[in-house]
Design a protein around this ligand. Structure first.
Ligand SMILES: Cc1cc2nc3c(=O)[nH]c(=O)nc-3n(C[C@H](O)[C@H](O)[C@H](O)COP(=O)(O)OP(=O)(O)OC[C@H]3O[C@@H](n4cnc5c(N)ncnc54)[C@H](O)[C@@H]3O)c2cc1C
Length: 449
């Protein structure tokens, strides 16, 4: 088949790679001047380094993403160290491990700042949380995560230490906004995958920049299999006549014919592209209900080590935001011969995203100095601020079922992207699972990938 893939983010890259692997002729069309979408590296000539647009972490259950990495030959570049650390203001820290007896400590309520009776209350509330994730109360999509936590009796101290941050990390948004069903579904998916694979749920990271991880390998596959890549090619609409797919038209006016199209653009770019597709109103409903959430990342090159205890640390007490610090020396085996490179991430950064670069830098440096005594006199050699107003999407109560399936009413046309219906939310895994389902929809029911 002559296939067009619209959008060169992870969902589009994976769709193009897998359609080419299946022996089809593929053209990938990307609006921007380069591939990668929301997962890209941004080279910094000043320090001769290649930081990313924001730290991306992996969950051990990301099976479709790992399949993509196998296809493009970069699976070896993801590591699961089995630990993560909570850091308190002043410098105290507590490490959590997924291995051995230490893995049970959080389940028993042993969390930073959770003391006395709250430990027992936390253990009971967490058991309820897991039970209700696996066997969900009928009204879970009618309440927020915040209301759910109160209903199951999760102590405020445990929320501050861990659970509010987990909701922001998993759903991309704040507990008082996000539907309770979103973290519940994700916890259920994670638990079921962990049982099926007999591997504890664990968080990992890439040991190389995101371009090397996701794009360079794909480009090799494209070269080997004759995939055409067109950047700066913005699709204006998918062309459908009498219910039959014709191809796409670019904003330049050029029309391209195709037997199959996968449209893998983000939810905030899909409106207008599918106007000729019967049933597009149902797809467009997602545009109203899945709203963009900002992440602000700062790549900081310092003149000294801030003496982190772990590769990634979650800062205790972020009020309504999730703050994390990443040690790129450990993660990338980077030699700090000239500078020490740390990256900070603030998720659900609705206020911070509106600040100036100078304000963001000052705020993030102040934060490092509060949590890391060794950072008190550190000087900034180079900084690089990445504001992404549309990083992930929020899913509010009453929106279960709003994410559309990949298969459309038009034979040969499928949609993909992290916002389409998958077992995951707004993640790299959601993007890759959507690509699997879109390619299967194109290849036909009887021919799974
Ligand atoms: C800072 C940050 C941190 C994150 N952290 C994590 C994390 O730790 N773990 C995790 O799993 N996920 C994380 N995510 C989310 C993850 O990056 C996304 O869910 C995923 O990359 C989405 O991929 P996608 O292909 O669906 O969309 P995108 O990457 O947005 O790709 C869509 C592409 O379509 C192109 N396009 C749009 N319109 C058109 C058009 N008309 N014609 C042609 N092309 C078009 C766009 O330019 C873009 O390249 C993070 C995201 C950000 C921004």
């Amino acid at each position: 088949m002559n296939c067009l893939v619209v959008g060169g983010g992870l969902a589009g890259l994976a769709s193009a790679v897998w359609l080419a692997e299946a022996g089809h002729r593929v053209t990938l069309l990307e609006r921007r001047g380069a591939l990668g979408g929301r997962t890209i590296a941004i080279p910094q000539a000043e320090v001769d380094d290649i930081p990313d647009n924001g730290q991306h972490v992996f969950a051990s259950g990301y099976q479709h993403l790992f399949r993509y990495l196998e296809s493009v030959g970069t699976r070896e570049h993801v590591r699961f160290p089995g630990t993560m650390t909570f850091r308190m203001p002043g410098g105290a820290w507590q490490q959590q491990s997924v291995k051995g007896l230490a893995a049970l400590r959080p389940a028993l309520g042993d969390l930073p700042g959770v003391t006395g009776l709250d430990r027992a209350r936390t253990a009971v509330a967490q058991a309820r949380l897991i039970r209700q994730s696996l066997r969900q109360p009928a009204d879970l999509d009618e309440i927020t995560a915040d209301e759910w936590f109160r209903r199951i009796g999760m102590p405020a101290s445990a929320r501050k230490a861990q659970w509010d941050g987990i909701v922001i990390g998993l759903t991309g948004d704040k507990p008082d906004i996000s539907s309770a069903k979103v973290p519940a579904d994700l916890l259920a998916t994670g638990i079921r995958r962990a049982i099926a694979t007999r591997t504890p749920v664990s968080i990992g990271y890439p040991t190389v920049d995101l371009d090397t991880l996701f794009i360079r390998g794909a480009e090799k596959v494209f070269a080997e299999r004759g995939v055409t890549v067109r950047t700066s090619a913005t699709v204006r609409c998918v062309d459908v006549q009498d219910g039959h797919l014709q191809g796409v038209t670019l904003v330049s006016g050029e029309s391209l014919r195709a037997d199959a199209v996968i449209c893998a653009v983000p939810v905030w770019k899909v409106r207008g592209l599918l106007d000729q597709v019967p049933g597009h109103e149902v797809i467009y409903r997602a545009c109203e209900h899945l709203t963009p959430v900002p992440i602000v990342s700062v790549n900081l090159y310092l003149d000294r080590s801030i003496e982190m205890a772990d590769w990634g640390e979650i800062l205790y007490g972020g009020e309504g935001v999730l703050e994390q610090v990443w040690d790129r020396q450990r993660m990338h085996g980077r030699d700090p011969v000239k500078t020490w490179f740390y990256s900070t991430t603030v998720s659900a950064a609705y206020e911070l995203v509106r600040c100036s670069n100078a304000e963001i830098l000052e705020q993030q440096l102040g934060m490092l100095r509060r949590y890391y005594p060794a950072a008190r006199d550190a000087q900034v050699v180079h900084s690089h601020i990445v504001r992404m107003p549309a990083s992930t999407f929020a899913q509010r109560p009453g929106t279960a079922g709003v994410r559309p399936p990949q298969r459309t009413q038009v034979p040969g046309l499928a949609i993909a992207g992290d916002w389409t219906r998958t077992d995951w939310t707004t993640t790299m895994e959601g993007a890759c699972q959507s690509a699997t389902l879109a390619v299967e929809a194109i290849l036909g029911e009887g021919r799974p990938l």
